[in-house]
Design a protein around this ligand. Structure first.
Ligand SMILES: *Cc1c(COP(=O)(O)O)cnc(C)c1O
Length: 196
């Protein structure tokens, strides 16, 4: 489906029913990412007999952390101390986290702005349940130039801070993400090709 990529393809499972996800799993995709807590809990339950790595990729409200945090392998959207505090309180053991960055500086989007990153990294060190492993970002809709700038920037930050995982690239812009060293693509609608 996607060639010339050696990293992890996460199926953004919000579009698919558990039965469709079983087919996707059987075709060799074992990493799934959900956006919503309730939906994710239902799918984890429905697919509990499969060996899936679960990524939470949506906006996470701090009051929902306790419901989901012990059911997932990766949190891609850490961007607030209120969420970090709840993780510290409710997670049993460490959880691999990626910091979500708002590199296109769109106010309607989640994520840390780059000028706040040093401060955030400093504060997050207090929480030993959080194992920082990388960064996550979204491209800018309909804007390849800005999207590529953002992906390039995120790679530079990953080198600078020694945080190796780069979660970037979706159906429309994964080719740019691969070019800029993405390690994790989050692919949704393109999986319909596999189900045809
Ligand atoms: C839905 C979603 C994706 C995948 O979207 P497509 O454009 O369908 O590939 C990736 N990341 C996040 C955070 C999403 O919500």
């Amino acid at each position: 489906m996607i060639k010339d990529f050696n990293g992890t393809i996460i199926c953004a499972s919000k579009y698919f029913s558990p039965d469709q996800l079983k087919i996707i799993y059987q075709k060799g995709y074992h990493d799934f990412g959900e956006n919503r807590v309730q939906m994710m809990l239902e799918k984890i339950e429905a697919l509990s007999d499969l060996d899936i790595t679960w990524h939470f990729i949506g906006h996470l409200q701090s009051n929902k952390v306790k419901d989901i945090i012990n059911h997932i392998d990766y949190l891609h959207t850490l961007d607030r101390l209120s969420v970090a505090k709840e993780i510290q309180k409710y997670r049993t053991g460490k959880i691999k986290c990626l910091i979500q960055l708002n590199l296109t500086e769109e106010p309607q989007k989640s994520g840390i702005y780059i000028d706040k990153l040093d401060q955030f990294l400093l504060e997050i060190k207090k929480y030993d349940k959080i194992e920082l492993v990388g960064f996550m970002t979204m491209g800018k809709d309909q804007d390849e130039v800005e999207t590529e700038e953002a992906f390039k920037k995120m790679y530079q930050l990953s080198v600078k801070y020694h945080l190796p995982l780069l979660s970037m690239g979706m159906t429309e812009d994964y080719h740019l993400a691969i070019k800029h060293h993405a390690t994790h693509l989050r692919i949704g609608r393109k999986f319909y090709e596999l189900l045809d």
